[in-house]
Ligand binder design. Sequence first.
Ligand SMILES: [Fe+2]
Ligand SMILES: [Fe+2]
Length: 307
Amino acid sequence: MTNPDAEYQSCIQNSERVSWRLDELLPKETVIDFSRRILSDSITGTEGIGCLSAEEKLMLNQIRSNSYAHLFLFLEEYAVALAAQRAGLELHRNQTHMRALLRFTEEELKHQQLFARYTAAFARGFKVAPGLLDNQVAVAKAIMAKSNLGVLIFNLHMELMTQQHYVETIRDNERESLDPLFCNLLKHHWLEEAQHTRLDFLEAQKILAVEPGGVEAAMNEYAELLQALRGTLNAQLELDLQTLEKASGRTFTEEERKELFTAQERSYVWSFIGMGMKAPLFLSRLRALSPVAEQRVLALAPQYYCN
Ligand SMILES: [Fe+2]
Ligand SMILES: [Fe+2]
């Protein structure tokens, strides 16, 4: 580790520089434009589905985008717990580390409020009330039952995945003419996540300095968390298909359902799991923690469509 105190201080300074206010980014009475796609098709995977009309593909893109916003709110429930717990460990110890971790905690709470406000605006304007998972507290508690090192590695994956989505599918993709409101929201989320990824790494290094042998157990926990995440994504996918049926007024045949489920499962797994695992910064950060950690991710990758 170079100079950890300087690293934590630099996270605070960057966080102060890019910080935004919720009411300015997404005013309460925001109206969503439903005339165009919200997220890139490379995240929603709707364009290649043969049994849907163009209008239904657009609808599914919008349903998936709303679920995407909700899944961040959902997953940030454990991130708040993790950051708060790490900050608490620095009480009466290192003020700089504690400040950086408290900002991390506060930002994740703000992000949850941002995504809740977005899904509320979506529900006001969409044809039907979208189905969204509501067991985030139970899931956060199950995640936090793992070791801090395992959860920090999982969180590093999630946060670098967020960045990967922004860089690969939004920042350079104006030609898709996606909804500018959602792109702007993800840009601002990404700006604050950049500090979180550095803090995940610093905190993981801190743990490994005390328990250098903890990597293998932490990577087993990471693998278990990915499996659990897959289950959560499938549960949200079921709700997405119910919302699509209601909004389109159709009842899908068994064959159509199979096509929809297969295409959407692949898309969910790739965007939330594969894209995180293959993020170059995720692999290089793990390698810096321990070559064993990077090897484990590469071994797990094929089952999540990253060959
Ligand atoms: Fe966040
Ligand atoms: Fe974060």
